[in-house]
Design a protein around this ligand. Structure first.
Ligand code: ZN
Ligand code: ZN
Ligand code: ZN
Length: 152
C-alpha cells in the first residue's frame, strides 16, 4: 500500500502544498516551503515525528510520562489512538500527528499495550474505530504559524 493512502487529513492528489494547501508551488511539487515540508514530515513520518514528540516531553532530568507523570530516561513514544501493531501505520500515516503522540515510561507503555491487545480500537482500513475524533480534534492549529496563507 502506498503511504499516501494512509493520509486522510489532506487530499494529496491535488497539486497543492501538502501542508498549507497553497497552489503557489512554483517549481516545487509537494511543499511551498521548507517549513511546510518540515511540518508535514513531523506529523506523518515516524522518523520525523518521534524526535519531536520526545523533545516536547523533555525536561531537565528526563522525559515526562504522560500517564504517571513521572520522569523517565527511557522514554517510549506512544500512539494515543493506537496503530494496532501495523508497521505501515507507524511508519507513515495520520496516526503520527503530534496530537496523537505522547511519551510514556516503559512501565506505562507496557501496561497500555497489554490492555490494548484485549480490545483493538482500529478498523480494517486502519482508521480509528467509532467516531472521527482525530479529525475533529485537529482544526489545523498545528500548522506552522508563519506559513503562507491559502488564497481562495
Ligand atoms: Zn505550504
Ligand atoms: Zn509512566
Ligand atoms: Zn495527517
Amino acid at each position: 500500500m502506498d503511504w499516501r493512502d494512509l493520509i486522510w487529513c489532506r487530499d494529496l492528489s491535488l497539486k497543492l502544498c501538502r501542508c498549507c494547501r497553497t497552489d503557489s508551488l512554483g517549481r516545487r511539487t509537494a511543499y511551498c516551503s521548507d517549513e511546510c515540508r518540515r511540518w508535514f514530515n513531523q506529523n506523518h513520518f515516524w522518523w520525523a515525528a518521534r524526535p519531536v514528540a520526545l523533545r516536547r516531553a523533555h525536561e531537565p532530568g528526563g522525559y515526562r510520562c504522560a500517564d504517571c507523570e513521572g520522569l523517565t530516561d527511557e522514554p517510549e513514544v506512544d500512539h494515543i489512538r493506537p496503530v494496532g501493531g501495523s508497521q505501515q501505520l507507524r511508519n507513515a500515516s495520520c496516526y503520527n500527528h503530534q496530537a496523537n503522540l505522547q511519551v510514556l515510561c516503559i512501565r506505562c507503555h507496557k501496561f497500555k499495550t497489554a490492555s490494548q491487545r484485549a480490545r483493538p480500537r482500529v478498523n480494517e482500513d486502519g482508521r480509528p474505530a467509532g467516531r472521527n475524533e482525530m479529525q475533529a480534534s485537529e482544526s489545523g492549529e498545528e500548522r506552522p504559524a508563519q506559513g503562507p496563507e491559502v488564497t481562495a
